[in-house]
Ligand binder design. Structure first.
Ligand code: NAD
Length: 496
């Protein structure tokens, strides 16, 4: 069976233990991945710390040269990366290609690092004194990432961290680890010095070793809310800078003045694309006023036509979920919602994909008459389940969203500018779409939710990413002439 090893110091490093990587479309083992712990993290952090001694000093033009090359290599290997993602994650090839492109856009942003790191200079802040501020790298940074975007989410982190002069240890999801090793190879091919980018595979022991390591300066985490909260607390307790992005329940509000057919099409793709395993997936619709009945009919029609199948089959629009446990979780959530009084309008629980009986497939599920008290609404199901709630007014819809503990993404469908403006101002959510169902910010804006969807102060990538991976320095300097004397005085310095 194929082995996926750690990547430390520019070379493959065998694991002391291994876990199986399954193919979600068949349920069959397809590879084994090295599982690291304290020794592998110690080795990777020591290697990254050593590499930082020279990388942190490398000129901006040398750093950007590597990033430009990496950007071209990622484009050239788009298909290879997408195929690895589809084989291990299960999403369709087109969807996987989309995440590679969105990841590459962060590299493109990072190619502009000389402009982004430009400091500020003030001449003559006091007589004979100038002052300038600059951003300095932190040292060794760590990234801990989820299964659902094995290329894009790590790329939210490492290109910017490395462009800023840091070195990096990535601990990707153990469920779909291969793409990270190919990215490591592409960095090496782009001329990145050994040890600047490292990959240690594994689960909780590897994560804990990173969180506690005294030589790790900063931790970026993306994953579920309970683990994000834990990572934030534990990394902060050991004095690290930390940003921890968590789970979501993203609402789409549909007003009666929206083009309902168009809204239904867009919501359907945002709810069931990637089998609902996106942190920005629409998982709850709030139908306002008279929009409800017609919208349900349209959503049901759209959901019933989705072609479910293996991700590498051209006709498939939706692949399997990641594990058999995830499949069980989806089915249990729908069962419980039904028992609690929800109407199952489209039922994907019994779906079978021919020739793929062992695969972790579950079809699109659409639930109507869901209330905020039901578990199917309160929990992040992270599967192809869309729940529909009803509200009498836009204000009530906003109250529902704002009472939800998550605040990652939301969307409003309307033809009215005034309602849209009010919605944008009033919702306590980090990323908002107006007639856009998946408002995933471009690389040059920052990505991040509010409330239980993000722990920490900075969003990820964009200029907030640059701020996260650097710290400020302000220099106040005087170059007195030979004969000039400054003398001593004991009052607090003020400008003269
Ligand atoms: P997860 O929280 O199970 O795992 C994320 C990472 O944490 C993995 O690398 C995993 O190995 C590690 N991990 C798991 N359990 C751990 C533990 N007990 N202690 C320490 N580390 C642990 O998440 P997942 O299932 O891989 O990904 C899906 C989740 O990620 C969803 O909740 C989704 O909403 C969220 N997500 C959020 C965003 C965002 O931007 N907010 C983006 C993508 C995914």
């Amino acid at each position: 069976m194929r082995s996926i090893e750690h990547w430390i110091g520019g070379a493959s490093v065998a694991g002391s233990g291994y876990a199986t990587v399954y193919q979600s479309a068949t349920g069959q083992p397809q590879a084994q991945v090295a599982i690291g712990g304290q020794p592998e993290i110690d080795q990777a952090v020591a290697t990254a710390a050593k590499a930082y001694e020279s990388w942190g000093d490398t000129s901006l033009s040398r750093r950007t040269k590597v990033l430009f090359k990496l950007r071209d290599l990622v484009e050239r290997h788009e298909d290879d990366l997408a195929r690895l993602v589809t084989a291990e994650h299960g999403k369709t090839i087109e969807d996987a290609r989309g995440e590679v492109i969105r990841g590459r856009e962060v590299i493109e942003f990072a190619c502009g690092i000389p402009q982004l790191l430009k400091g500020a200079y003030s001449d003559q802040v006091s007589t004979g004194i100038d002052s300038y501020s600059l951003r300095a790298p932190l040292g060794v940074c760590a990234g801990i990432t989820p299964f659902n975007f094995p290329v894009m989410v790590p790329m939210w982190m490492h290109p910017i961290a490395i462009a800023c002069g840091n070195t990096f240890v990535l601990k990707p999801s153990e469920r779909d680890p291969s793409a990270s090793n190919l990215v490591a190879q592409l960095y090496a091919d782009a001329g990145l010095p050994d040890g600047v980018f490292n990959v240690v595979h594994g689960g909780k022991p590897a994560v804990d070793a990173l969180l506690d390591h005294p030589d790790v300066a900063a931790v970026s985490f993306v994953g579920s809310t309970p683990i994000a909260r834990y990572v934030h607390q534990r990394a902060a307790a050991s004095g690290k800078r930390v940003q921890a992005l968590g789970g979501a329940k993203n609402h789409a509000v549909v007003l009666p003045d929206a083009d309902l057919a168009e809204a239904a099409r867009q919501i359907t793709s945002a709810a069931y694309g990637s089998a609902g395993q996106r942190c920005m997936a629409i998982s709850a619709v709030v139908a306002v006023g008279t929009a409800g009945d017609e919208l349900i009919e349209l959503l049901a029609r759209e959901a019933s036509t989705i072609v479910v199948g293996p991700g590498d089959q051209a006709s498939s629009q939706m692949g399997p979920v990641i594990t058999s446990e995830a499949r069980e979780r989806v089915i249990t959530s729908v069962n419980e919602a039904q028992e609690a009084g929800a109407t199952v309008v489209v039922d994907g629980r019994g779906l079978r994909v021919e020739g793929h009986d062992g695969g972790y497939f579950v079809g699109p599920c659409l639930l109507d008459r869901v209330t905020p008290e039901m578990a199917a609404y309160q929990q992040e199901i992270f599967g192809p389940v869309l729940v529909v709630l009803r509200a009498d007014t836009l204000d009530e819809a906003v109250r529902i969203i704002n009472s939800n503990p998550y605040g990652n993404g939301t969307a409003l469908f309307t033809s009215g500018g005034a309602a849209a403006r009010r919605f944008v101002r009033d919702v306590t959510v980090g990323m908002i779409g107006v007639n856009v169902p998946l408002p995933v910010p471009m690389a040059y804006h920052s990505f991040g939710g509010w409330k239980a969807s993000l722990f920490g102060d900075t969003h990820i990538h964009g200029t907030e990413g640059v701020a996260f991976y650097t710290r400020g320095k302000v220099v106040t300097s005087r170059w007195p002439g030979r004969a000039e004397t400054i003398g001593s005085d004991f009052h607090f310095p003020t400008a003269s």
